[in-house]
Design a protein around this ligand. Structure first.
Ligand SMILES: Nc1ncnc2c1ncn2[C@@H]1O[C@H](COP(=O)(O)OP(=O)(O)OP(=O)(O)O)[C@@H](O)[C@H]1O
Ligand SMILES: [Mg+2]
Length: 537
């Protein structure tokens, strides 16, 4: 009962003392010019245009020109004519979230769209466009958050209150990776904003990816690509406002947004309509002002509050990771996960490029042993990447460089470790244990784990112990010929092999990376493909 009384008091307080009307004076595209409201409207205020048959079209004040207010509608402008009445709204838009919103799907206005009946309302209003907590009173990031995805948990560990971006071109797996984390995370509450994405994906995400169990501890805010830019932008604000409600109740909240780029595009549409000049790739300066205002709202709360861990997907246009929105978002967030089209094309999902991705809370959140594993694995991946072309061509001669030999040896097991299907889940604790097994290093936390430091040459060296079945078999190392003038170690200087080696792809023993490439064969002229031209050095 007191909640209802509170609600009524809240609503009464928001009612204006008197009513003021404006009039529609012009409509240009999506922009409505209104006269007679000088000194009444402020940017961000909401109002209603009363159109034909008394149909009310909600609008937002987005600018002023001369003595006119510029409004943008939240819906189609059909039925609006010159002189139509414009009713001044109560004040800034707010929502009334409550724990009863868990398991529900709502729109940008905090209204239910899942057909499950009325949405309960809380007794506190949350402005959709809120300010982040003051920087000096914010807590520091908390402990590690389990995201259930091996590539993330092991190489890009995320802490409570951290904000990470998932960057890639279209169709490389951003949404899928996000859905895996939404499903497998151990966060108490997830607030998920599907902003400006395809309508088809929203239902698939909720029913297939999130599932009943995931939805029960989530609130999903949806604004699809066909909705007006104001609605898409507001859905992003509503997502953060809902997350703030749960944070204030001392919950560890995971806020996922797919995608921030659609939010930036919506803001671009709005500001271009108002007449703001474009600055970079058609994006207006207000886009770059709005991005930090939105993204800074995620992060640790104040003392006594929980935190909002933010995971935001960013579509990089034309796979150019330096395009303006990607660049701006990367600078605001505490880490970026880069998904690589080349990796996805090889069939490894999630296509996280470990070397290009960064979590800024690492290595501080890890133990020395865990960091040793990460460094070791990264070095192997980097070495393999450097040599991958030569290895695939068969131009690398086994035994020339022990580091490259190790990189080849561990390439497939590391690739398998990083691959993960949508339904597969590995918790935080097992991730490093699995990685340690893959690298033949001591499991962190177990006896002897602290003995190897990150740079130790013997850490994870190609072991003398039996090689697991199906993996690349270390050939008897041929005596490396001294090649004083060779600019690249490992490039062969001999002609074709005396006996043309057959192309052989070893099951599970990829020496060359992509399926179907030639494996390096022991006993044959090392690293040579049939008819391969002599490499001049
Ligand atoms: N973990 C995975 N396992 C298997 N396939 C995957 C995985 N992740 C992504 N894919 C494949 O990649 C395709 C594209 O994924 P997704 O829709 O998540 O990409 P996106 O980056 O969100 O695309 P867009 O930018 O168009 O929204 C999927 O349809 C699926 O075939
Ligand atoms: Mg997507």
């Amino acid at each position: 009962m007191p909640i209802y009384v509170n609600n009524i008091i809240n609503e009464l307080e928001r009612l204006p003392d008197f009513e003021i009307y404006g009039q529609v004076a012009a409509v240009v595209g999506l922009m409505v010019e209104v006269t007679g409201v000088e000194g009444v409207f402020s940017i961000g205020d909401h109002c209603d245009i009363v159109g034909r048959a008394a149909r009310k079209i909600p609008c937002e004040v987005v600018g002023f020109r001369d003595d006119r207010a510029l409004l943008m509608p939240f819906g189609p402008l059909d039925g609006v004519s010159l002189g139509c009445r414009v009713e001044v709204g109560a004040s800034e838009p707010v929502i009334y979230p409550t724990e009863g919103w868990l398991g529900r799907v709502i729109n940008a206005f905090g209204e239910p769209i899942d057909g499950k009946g009325a949405l309960p309302t809380g007794n506190l209003s949350y402005p959709v466009q809120n300010e982040p907590p003051p920087a000096h009173s914010r807590k520091r990031v908390g402990g590690k958050l389990d995201l259930g995805v091996r590539a993330m948990n092991a190489f890009l560990t995320c802490c409570q209150g951290q904000r990470m971006g998932i960057f890639s071109g279209s169709g490389v797996g951003k949404s899928t990776l996000m859905s895996m984390m939404a499903r497998h995370t151990d966060a108490q509450v997830s607030v998920i904003g599907l902003i400006g994405e395809r309508g088809r994906e929203a239902r698939e995400f909720i029913e297939d990816d999130l599932g009943e169990e995931g939805l029960a501890r989530s609130v999903v805010v949806v604004a699809t690509s066909n909705e007006p830019p104001l609605v898409r932008r507001q859905a992003a604000y509503t997502t953060l406002a809902t997350a703030e409600f749960f944070r204030d109740r001392n919950n560890e909240v995971l806020c996922l947004m797919d995608s921030v780029t659609r939010f930036a595009m919506a803001q671009r549409e709005i500001s271009l309509s108002v007449g703001e000049p474009p600055a970079s790739k058609g994006y207006t300066p207000s886009v770059f002002a709005e991005l930090p205002r939105l993204l800074e709202r995620a992060g640790p709360g104040q003392e006594g509050q929980g935190s909002i861990t933010g995971l935001f997907t960013v579509l990089v246009e034309g796979d150019d990771h330096n395009e303006p929105v990607a660049d701006a978002v990367r600078g605001i967030l505490d880490g970026h996960v880069v998904l690589d089209r080349e990796i996805a094309e090889r069939g490894r999902f999630p296509a996280v490029n470990i070397l290009k991705s960064v979590s800024r809370t690492m290595p501080d959140c890890n133990t020395t042993e865990e960091n040793a594993l990460v460094i070791r694995a990264k070095r192997l991946i980097a070495t393999y990447d450097d040599m991958s072309e030569l290895i695939r061509l068969g131009a690398y001669r086994q035994g020339t460089d022990p580091d490259v030999d190790q990189a080849i040896h561990y390439h497939r097991p590391l690739d398998d470790f990083l691959s993960q299907t949508k339904s597969d889940h590995t918790d935080l604790a097992s991730c490093y244990a699995k990685l340690a097994q893959v690298l033949n290093m001591p499991v962190p936390g177990e006896e002897g784990a602290g003995e190897l430091s990150p740079g130790t040459a013997s850490a994870g060296a190609v072991p003398p112990q039996p090689v697991p079945p199906g993996q690349f078999q270390q050939p008897p190392t041929p005596q490396a010929q001294p090649q004083p003038t060779a600019p690249l170690q490992g490039l062969t200087q001999q002609g074709p092999a005396p006996h043309p080696p057959s192309l052989q792809t070893q099951p599970g023993g990829e020496a060359g990376g992509a399926p179907g490439t030639a494996a390096i064969q022991p006993g044959l002229a090392p690293g040579l493909m049939p008819n391969m031209p002599k490499v001049d050095t």
